[in-house]
Write a new protein. Structure first.
Length: 277
């Protein structure tokens, strides 16, 4: 097992949290998973924008940006590449769900070793499956990366081993939402499609980046409900993640598919900017 990296809790080197922390008790908080590459976090602005939006939605105190940046640099200082997890939770209060108006926020910043991913995943693609576990619908939390991840935990428990890189999750109505740890893009008739996330799902920072890159290149991009049949019939399928970047899909369930030209174009453009692989 890799050695754990540095960890700061409210700026202090420790791995201990009070059991009264509402992030621990109720999942009352948010997190960001940030790629650190050669002294920089290339998607940090988007991460902090999403965090600020989530704090506003949950009425959480947002730590100062300069403080967060300083602590990210502290935990990553000895690493050329690392994965930084930034957590902001509600620090405590009385027993029960009612929010204590005087409760502040707690921040946790920790680093983990950079994951080694086979190069052939990016060249040849990865396999995915459709999960039977459905994502819970809650428009008030849609798009946010909250600490409550039990839908994803249950979905990931549907398969063991390494046959599938990720599982595709649907909402209760049967439309496609995202992977357990990724966002989903389809290509149909040269149009780049990504599922609407207004009811559930995480609005990934790499998802937003890929949409911007595609539009800059003059590609048609649509964000709408995506039916399961469209997923199985698409011309190309790709996954995005803030640490993995863009991964092509070469198999969904039993259907084998080729890695297409639009996926290759987007991979090249993203690699030139972020060097995630």
């Amino acid at each position: 097992m890799p050695e754990p990296g540095a960890c700061l809790v409210d700026g202090k080197q420790t791995r201990l949290l009070p059991v009264s922390d509402r992030g621990f008790l109720y999942g009352d908080g948010l997190f960001e998973t940030i790629a650190w590459i050669d002294g920089l976090a290339p998607l940090l602005d988007r991460h902090l924008q999403r965090l600020a939006h989530g704090c506003e939605r949950l009425a959480l105190d947002l730590p100062e940006r300069t403080l967060l940046e300083s602590e990210i640099h502290r935990v990553a200082a000895d690493s050329s590449r690392a994965v930084i997890k930034l957590i902001v939770s509600r620090s405590g209060g009385e027993r029960g769900y009612r929010i204590d108006a005087n409760a502040g926020s707690r921040r946790v910043v920790l680093s983990s070793p950079w994951p080694e991913r086979p190069a052939h995943w990016y060249r040849e693609g990865v396999a995915v499956r459709v999960c039977s576990t459905r994502l819970s619908s809650q428009p008030l939390l849609a798009g946010l990366k909250t600490l409550a991840r039990l839908d994803q935990v249950l979905a990931r428990a549907e398969w063991g081993g390494d046959e599938f890189y990720d599982g595709i999750m649907l909402q209760a109505g049967g439309t496609v939402v995202c992977g357990t740890m990724s966002n989903v893009f389809l290509v149909r008739n040269s149009v780049l499609l990504t599922p609407d996330l207004s009811r559930c799902g995480v609005a990934g920072v790499m998802r937003a980046t890929v949409m911007d890159i595609a539009r800059e290149e003059g590609l048609r991009v649509e964000c709408r409900d995506v039916e399961l049949e469209e997923l199985h019939d698409c011309d190309e399928l790709l996954l995005t993640n803030a640490v993995s970047g863009i991964l092509p899909v070469n198999r969904i369930d039993t259907r084998v598919m080729a890695v297409g030209p639009l996926t290759r174009t987007l991979q090249g453009l993203a690699d030139a900017r972020f060097r995630l692989r």
